[in-house]
Ligand binder design. Structure first.
Ligand SMILES: Cc1cc2nc3c(=O)[nH]c(=O)nc-3n(C[C@H](O)[C@H](O)[C@H](O)COP(=O)(O)OP(=O)(O)OC[C@H]3O[C@@H](n4cnc5c(N)ncnc54)[C@H](O)[C@@H]3O)c2cc1C
Length: 306
């Protein structure tokens, strides 16, 4: 890549950042573990933290930025008491309806697998944004415990607007430990009811005559899973993250905000967060493109501050 030749760029792979370095409340560098040795790199201007929705709040907390009581319980010196760090975790929960197919569906090697999509408002949703997103593809996207067959297809649904908010906190002060992640999915009965209705809708779609030559047995939830109670049990047993976690260092100006509208961390100098964690509210669709936009916007903000 031509960019690697730039004199002002060094890329180090296989490194684990262990904490950010501070002088008072100014971020002055980064500490990282590489080849079993701790290294420090100092910055002239600012540190850009971009470790994602789980590790950005983890690194802030390991560096003394977070809820003071939590940091003190972990034995970490507090640089700034910022109670929003690690809070506001949001994600899209997904459940699927999976069929065996009567024949090979011959999807192209270039297929994205999610070949068709659909956004819908659930009954009673009067907001502008749809609260259900569907994906359809020519493979069996099965929950754990179900046996795949040779050919099949799937309809999957996510809630784009969950009522429950989760959190990320430290398990220990050891940077090598994973953080504690609480998604708090499906604590709201209203969310579960929406998914029950969405499964019924997908089943209805798959009964359309267009599927007659392709549709064999329903594998999941399964032809015997009919009642609302059985569907709720299926949803609670198989619903999972769609890996769209965001929101744990949210942008804003309220007391729970972690970064300001220029992505600078409140209460300290020389530190920005640029990744999925800064979203105050999860996007209605897939987050990757909006996160790339956050990166592009951050580049403009950083250059504008020159
Ligand atoms: C299996 C899967 C499928 C997905 N499919 C889609 C999709 O189809 N469409 C879509 O829009 N989104 C999809 N997503 C979500 C999307 O990939 C994420 O939302 C997006 O990549 C998040 O970007 P980010 O920059 O915030 O974090 P990340 O992309 O997670 O980048 C953070 C980086 O920081 C590194 N890091 C973390 N901690 C440290 C540390 N201590 N030291 C050094 N490095 C560290 C990580 O290794 C990682 O490289 C998918 C995610 C997964 C997991």
């Amino acid at each position: 890549m031509p960019i690697l030749q730039r004199p002002n760029l060094t890329v180090i792979t296989g490194a684990l950042v262990t904490r950010l370095l501070f002088e008072g409340t100014r971020a002055v560098g980064v500490e990282y573990l590489h080849s079993a040795m701790l290294h420090q790199v100092k910055v002239n201007r600012e540190v850009i933290l971009s470790a994602g929705a789980f590790d950005s709040p983890k690194l802030l907390m390991l560096s003394g930025i977070g809820d003071a009581a939590h940091l003190q319980a972990m034995g970490i010196s507090v640089v700034v008491d910022l109670p929003g760090v690690g809070q506001n975790l949001q994600d899209h929960v997904v459940v699927s309806v999976v069929y065996q197919a009567t024949q090979n569906l011959h999807f192209a090697s270039t297929s994205s697998i999610g070949e068709a999509g659909l956004f819908l408002h659930s009954e009673g949703n009067l907001e502008a944004t749809p609260d259900l997103q569907f994906f359809f593809g020519p493979i069996q996207f099965l929950p754990p415990g179900y046996t795949p067959s040779d050919f099949g297809f799937t309809g999957a649904v996510t809630l784009t607007r969950l009522q429950n908010i989760g959190s990320v906190s430290l398990r220990s002060p050891d940077p090598k430990d994973t953080p504690v992640i609480r998604l708090n999915c499906l604590q709201s009965e209203a969310d579960v009811e929406k998914l029950v209705a969405a499964i019924k809708l997908m089943r209805q779609l798959f009964q359309d005559s267009a599927f007659d030559e392709f549709r064999a047995e329903e594998v999941a939830p399964g032809a015997d899973v009919i009642s609302d109670e059985a569907l709720v049990a299926y949803i609670r047993g198989t619903g999972s993250t769609f890996w769209h976690s965001v929101g744990t260092c949210k942008m804003g100006t309220d007391p729970m905000a972690v970064v300001n509208p220029e992505l600078r961390v409140h209460g300290v100098e020389g530190l920005r967060v640029v990744d999925a964690s800064i979203m105050p509210t999860i996007t209605t669709g897939n987050p990757n493109a909006p996160i790339i936009m956050i990166g592009e916007k951050a580049a403009d903000l950083i250059k504008a501050a020159d």
